[in-house]
Design a protein around this ligand. Structure first.
Ligand code: NAD
Length: 261
């Protein structure tokens, strides 16, 4: 379904981004990866996605998305490597948990820069090409925390709410074009970012990791199970597929019922 399309997926050396990049490549797209990691992890991701594209390794940008100039450079590199950026997935993100009055200022700024401001810079750089070619998809990976809050996540919740606001605004600006801009709002997804939160919770509450998962981490996720990366990737594929053109400015939840309550 994505034959002839080119996609840039940020934060795609791991977790949700890697899952989206892989599914896009399997659906026929050319994909550029981005993100940090150990050299062997990055090489493995490039080889895995490359194999689905029928090449030795997928193109990759090491851009640090906390830096606006690096974001612009990454979009330019993607245009060079892929010929175009038809699909932009703003997925890279980090987390830090602390009460607001103890929140380290540099962590707050980093979360806003990576989780939110980079989306603006990437959209600004990629949109003119989409307009010129008459088709485009912008998908911002927000979170259930783009719609509701939890304590001790001030920077993350603020950044993700901002992503949803940016998504809606861009959607209105491009509403009469064949381009769409949507946000995906996952609950807890089984990835390194989220799994790292289980052990500290078990320790804090003096319970097993299983109990820490269902009673504490997934306290607000009524399904009491992880969302899987592949499920989020299928939503990202749907948003690029046939019949998706009428979905614009939406914040699509995939959260096991979290935001229903
Ligand atoms: P992850 O830690 O597995 O992957 C994050 C990716 O972002 C990695 O590739 C990492 O290298 C990259 N990254 C981090 N800082 C970067 C920077 N400065 N520049 C470039 N790349 C950078 O995390 P994940 O769980 O797959 O999260 C992906 C997105 O999904 C994030 O935006 C996250 O907030 C969101 N999300 C995750 C969950 C969850 O439960 N896992 C739930 C809702 C939303």
């Amino acid at each position: 379904t994505l034959a002839g399309r080119s996609a840039l997926v940020t934060g795609s050396t791991s977790g949700i981004g890697l899952g989206i990049a892989l599914l896009y490549a399997q659906a026929g797209a050319k994909v550029m990866l981005n993100g940090f990691g150990r050299p062997e992890e990055i090489a493995r991701a490039r080889a895995e996605v490359g194999a689905a594209m029928g090449v030795a390794e997928a193109p990759y940008s090491a851009a640090d998305l906390s830096k606006p100039e690096a974001v612009r450079q990454m979009v330019a590199e993607a245009k060079d490597a892929l010929g175009a950026v038809d699909i932009l997935v703003n997925n890279a993100g980090i987390q830090f948990v602390s009460p607001v009055d103890e929140f380290p200022e540099e962590k707050f700024d980093a979360i806003i820069a990576i989780n939110f401001t980079s989306n603006f810079h990437a959209i600004k750089a990629a949109l003119p090409g989409m307009k010129a070619r008459g088709w485009g998809r912008i998908i911002n990976v927000a979170s259930a925390h783009g719609l509701v809050a939890s304590p001790n996540k001030s920077a993350y919740v603020a950044a993700k709410h901002a992503v949803v606001g940016l998504t809606k605004t861009v959607a209105l600006e491009i509403a009469r074009t064949p381009i769409t801009c949507n946000a995906i709002c996952p609950g807890f997804v089984r990835t390194p970012l989220a799994e790292a939160q289980v052990a500290p919770l078990a320790k804090k509450h003096g319970v097993s990791e299983e109990t820490a998962l269902t009673d504490h981490l997934l306290e607000k996720q009524p399904s009491k199970r992880w969302i899987e990366v592949e499920e989020v990737a299928q939503m990202a594929l749907y948003l690029c597929g046939p019949g998706s053109g009428g979905v614009n400015g939406s914040a699509l939840s995939i959260d096991g019922g979290w935001t229903a309550s």
